[in-house]
Design a protein around this ligand. Structure first.
Ligand code: NOJ
Length: 542
């Protein structure tokens, strides 16, 4: 049998470098800061780190607007620091995964700057088009993911360019074979440096099949029918596999696949386009696009979505939070049992089939920021766009802030809380780039260096998982219970492990047939025949 790959065996830790650890006191996390925390990461038991973008960038979308793919933003350090990080991580058996952002570049990338010259070969790296009505209106009616039109007019060029995200993120034109060549050179550059692979940003939207007007009326993302998971997209991914990854066995490709469906998901896996991919369905569970009508989280719906994907895909990239989502404890809990909820979610994520991703701070149960009252504090470009529109429409500020609060990405981007000292031990600066959550004095990694903490729970569970063939390779079978009780069995070579979760605040009877097993880990100190609020257990069935 083929040897299991690293990514099939171990969890991945996601680091948002700007907010992880600041080594030089400028209020911004950096690569040396990450290096200084590698022992902490090793002790957590994870074996791979996915780094959000650290490339040169004007940071309009916090690095997802890359100005040079082969250099490091000075805020984070130098290429020497990056090389050292790769080396120091390897010494600890940890591999580095980079973020590959190639649906778009920054408008400050030299390709884009040169592309403004119509005679330059770079002009065809992007979607430059004449507008409608004598060039006075955008070429089509598509909207940006961050709301507003997806086109920007540049008078000096006399044309419009396409941007599915902010106007500082022009889309690359993947019809041009030169773009593939450039991206393959970026991939090879980093693989040669010793990185283990890539998380590929919005990679299922890169190929725009046509630039026709869209017939859909979505609030944002109009035009998707012409660019989501098109045949040309699959072709490009296969070419990357053929050209590079088929020859580099020991590497990983992870797709961030917006609104992916199961049919395309299977193709991604079966046709070698990715080793795994992220779904979004379970992240929409509590999002409402009606500012007056919030949507409540329902555990049943959430778990149903997770189960369906588990059942239909051979492998999943499992996650419950990341830099684009609010903190899972705040979102999916009751605001009272935060510790129990953090552990329950950890148990869920780490015992599903697939590769678990743990986002920095999730392992200590970090929470959302208290409600934003001032627009000035907000850094998330997507939210700033919406607040601008709301202001122009004279929409009451109070409602606008409440509306954006449900998806403000700053919640997950506040600095990591290391200890109870100034700025939670993240930085010695007077101010940090985003505020530290005021709960750092009690909620921090140092305070959790003790038995029974969320961190302790994560360490123990990851250590168990790293040695468990059943959790790494076992089959997945969901069980049917009533109300907020959920359970699933992982089975391999006769061993059966049950994850049982009381995803609610009422006590629930433990089903009698599962009372006899051996509890491997639980978020309450003693067992018994009742599952208390948010109680979760991993049980070896006899
Ligand atoms: C997904 C990234 O995770 C997000 O942070 C970014 O804004 C968009 N892609 C655009 O690159």
């Amino acid at each position: 049998m083929a040897k299991k790959k690293y990514w099939q065996q171990f969890p991945i830790y996601q680091i948002y470098p700007r907010s992880f650890c600041d080594s030089n006191g400028d209020g911004i996390g950096d690569l040396q800061g990450i290096i200084s925390k590698l022992d902490y990461i090793r002790d957590l038991g994870v074996k791979m780190i996915w780094l959000n973008p650290v490339y040169k960038s004007p940071l309009d979308d916090m690095g997802y607007d890359v100005a040079d793919y082969k250099s490091i933003h000075p805020d984070y350090g130098s290429m020497e620091d990056m090389d050292l990080l790769i080396q120091e991580a390897r010494k600890r058996d940890i591999r580095i995964i980079m973020d590959l952002v190639v649906n778009h570049t920054s408008d400050e990338h030299e390709w884009f700057i040169k592309s403004k010259d119509k005679n330059s070969p770079y002009h065809d790296y992007y979607y430059w088009r004449k507008g409608k009505n004598n060039n006075t209106e955008p070429p089509n009616n598509w909207t940006s993911m961050f709301t507003g039109p997806a086109w920007e007019y540049v008078p000096e060029v006399g044309e419009w360019y396409l941007h599915l995200y902010s106007k500082k993120q022009p889309d690359l034109d993947w019809h041009n074979p030169k773009v593939l060549e450039e991206v393959e050179s970026i991939i090879t550059f980093w693989l040669d440096k010793g990185v283990y692979g890539f998380r590929c940003d919005v990679i299922n939207q890169i190929y725009k099949e046509s630039l026709e007007d869209s017939k859909t009326h979505a609030m944002s993302g109009r035009g998707m029918e012409f660019y989501l998971m098109k045949e040309g997209n699959h072709k490009i991914l296969k070419a990357i596999y053929e050209d590079i990854f088929s020859k580099r066995e020991d590497a990983v490709m992870i797709g961030e696949t917006f609104n992916v469906d199961k049919e395309n998901g299977l193709r991604f896996l079966n046709e070698h386009e990715f080793d795994m991919f992220f779904i979004f369905d379970h992240m929409y569970i509590d999002k409402s696009y009606n500012p007056f009508w919030p949507r409540r989280f329902k555990a049943k719906k959430f778990m149903d979505i997770i189960y369906q994907w588990q059942l239909e895909m051979p492998w999943m990239a499992n996650y419950l939070e990341n830099h684009d989502q609010r903190r899972s404890v705040t979102r999916f809990g009751d605001g009272i049992h935060n510790e129990e909820v953090a552990k329950l979610l950890g148990l869920l994520n780490l015992t599903l089939r697939g590769t678990p991703f743990v986002y920095q701070g999730e392992e200590i149960g970090m929470t959302d920021l208290p409600y934003y009252e001032m627009r000035e504090q907000c850094k998330d470009v997507a939210v700033l766009y919406i607040l601008d529109i709301a202001k122009r429409l004279h929409f009451p500020n109070r409602f606008a802030l409440k509306f954006v609060n449900q998806f403000n990405r700053d919640h997950a981007r506040t600095p990591m809380q290391w200890d109870e000292s100034k700025n939670g031990g993240f930085s010695s600066a007077e101010t940090t780039w985003l505020p530290v959550n005021p709960n750092y004095q009690t909620l921090n990694a140092k305070a959790q260096e003790k038995e029974g903490s969320v961190l302790d729970f994560y360490r123990k569970l990851i250590a168990y998982r790293n040695g468990s063939k059943t959790l790494q390779e076992g089959s997945f079978k969901p069980l049917k219970f009533k109300g907020n009780l959920f359970g699933f069995i992982r089975e391999c070579e006769g061993e059966r492990l049950l994850s049982i979760l009381n995803f609610g605040k009422k006590n629930v009877k433990m089903p009698a047939e599962y009372l006899k097993g051996e509890t491997i880990i639980s978020n309450y100190p003693d067992g018994g025949d009742t599952l208390r609020p948010y109680e979760a257990r991993l049980i070896k069935l006899s």
